[in-house]
Design a protein around this ligand. Structure first.
Ligand SMILES: Cc1cc2nc3c(=O)[nH]c(=O)nc-3n(C[C@H](O)[C@H](O)[C@H](O)COP(=O)(O)OP(=O)(O)OC[C@H]3O[C@@H](n4cnc5c(N)ncnc54)[C@H](O)[C@@H]3O)c2cc1C
Length: 324
């Protein structure tokens, strides 16, 4: 029995279990289910996976070639591609007037160079493909289950409702503010603020198409980045729901404790008021937005317990920012 905490990399483990003959036989010889998957998110989010509703899971995600190469190995690349767009390239523009500063073509470069495509998807679509594969492999999902304690030697977890679950292996994928990390290190190793934040919103492609001068932003599905002082903005199209994803990164002004909160579109307009008129028009089309405090964590000395039965993965041990 393998016990997973947290959502995103459950599938990678599943696939490695199902792929390697040695691992496969050792796990399959034991009683089903092979994997229980425990996550703090609510049943609403679970329904979201089932119905593919976009809310709660966030907006777009750029899926670079290192990830698509793994999807290829797992035989789910086609399913991910059917819900993704393949951008023609990444275009860097000046924040002042949109002058193109540099272009990196991605088709066919990404596949020629890395053996797999660079893709753009809605996070809900990506999670759906991963979740479908997990369902197919027989994973038992336990949503709305918050892990409060972890024993790395047994190994076992304790849920907020008092239930204890034991397993052969526990894999902690519980993100930046990881409970598993505290259990592994025996002390808190809190993330710190980068001093930056990200505004995120989506705009209807139909609304963009109505403005003739904005149509070039969609031509060939490019990833467009406006580069400015201490800030940049990124926009790209999503295949499902006729949406364009927009992310604006700039110095942090979030006073709330929460890492994600509702953003005021007027505030975004104000902060980007001297940027390329096309970006400003895009912001005008926003009907609502969220803002993220961007946090990062210093490197950890260890990612796994000496028992060999408890491992951290993902942001829990190497948090990732949306820029370098
Ligand atoms: C603004 C922004 C844009 C980004 N854009 C991209 C991009 O375009 N491409 C890209 O590859 N990456 C991007 N990233 C990075 C990417 O989002 C993260 O690296 C990724 O989500 C990490 O996945 P994870 O599963 O490790 O953690 P998370 O996605 O944080 O998932 C952790 C899960 O654990 C659960 N959990 C937490 N605590 C508990 C508990 N006690 N008990 C049970 N469950 C628990 C949570 O409910 C959650 O579902 C971006 C990040 C940000 C902030």
């Amino acid at each position: 029995m393998l016990l997973l905490l947290g959502v995103a990399l459950a599938d990678s483990l599943l696939q490695s279990v199902s792929a390697g003959p040695a691992t496969k036989s050792s796990y399959l010889s034991k009683q089903q289910p092979l994997v229980r998957y425990v996550d703090a998110v609510s049943c609403g989010a679970f329904n979201c996976l089932r119905t593919n509703a976009a809310y709660k899971i966030g907006a777009g995600i750029q899926i670079p070639c290192n990830a698509t190469r793994i999807f290829k190995k797992w035989d789910i690349l086609e399913a991910v591609q059917s819900r993704s767009l393949r951008p023609s390239g990444i275009v860097l523009k000046s924040y002042r007037d949109g002058t193109v500063l540099s272009t990196q073509t991605l088709v066919p470069y990404a596949e020629d160079r890395y053996g797999a495509p660079y893709l753009l998807a809605h996070r809900a679509d990506l999670v759906k493909v991963l979740a479908d594969e997990a369902f197919r492999l027989g994973v038992v999902f336990r949503f709305g289950s918050v892990v409060t304690e972890l024993n790395a030697v047994k190994p076992s977890i304790l849920l907020r409702n008092g239930e204890e679950h034991r397993a052969d292996v526990v894999l902690g994928a519980d993100g930046l503010n990881s409970t598993c990390r505290i259990a592994l290190l025996g002390q808190a190793h809190a993330p710190s603020s980068t001093g930056d934040m990200a505004y995120r919103f989506t705009v209807k492609i139909d609304d963009i198409m109505r403005q003739e001068d904005l149509c070039e932003l969609l031509d060939g599905y490019p990833v467009i980045c406006w580069m400015g002082p201490y800030a940049h903005a990124v926009c790209y199209q999503l295949k499902q729901d006729g949406l364009c994803n927009v992310v604006l990164l700039c110095p942090d002004n979030i006073t709330e404790i929460a890492t994600v909160s509702k953003a005021d579109v007027e505030e975004i307009k104000e902060r980007f008021s001297n940027w390329d008129p096309k970006l400003r028009k895009l912001i005008e089309l926003a009907t609502g937005a969220l803002k993220w405090k961007l946090q990062i964590m210093g490197p950890l000395d260890i990612w796994s317990h000496s028992s060999g039965r408890f491992v951290l993965i993902g942001d829990a041990c190497h948090s990732t920012l949306p820029y370098l």
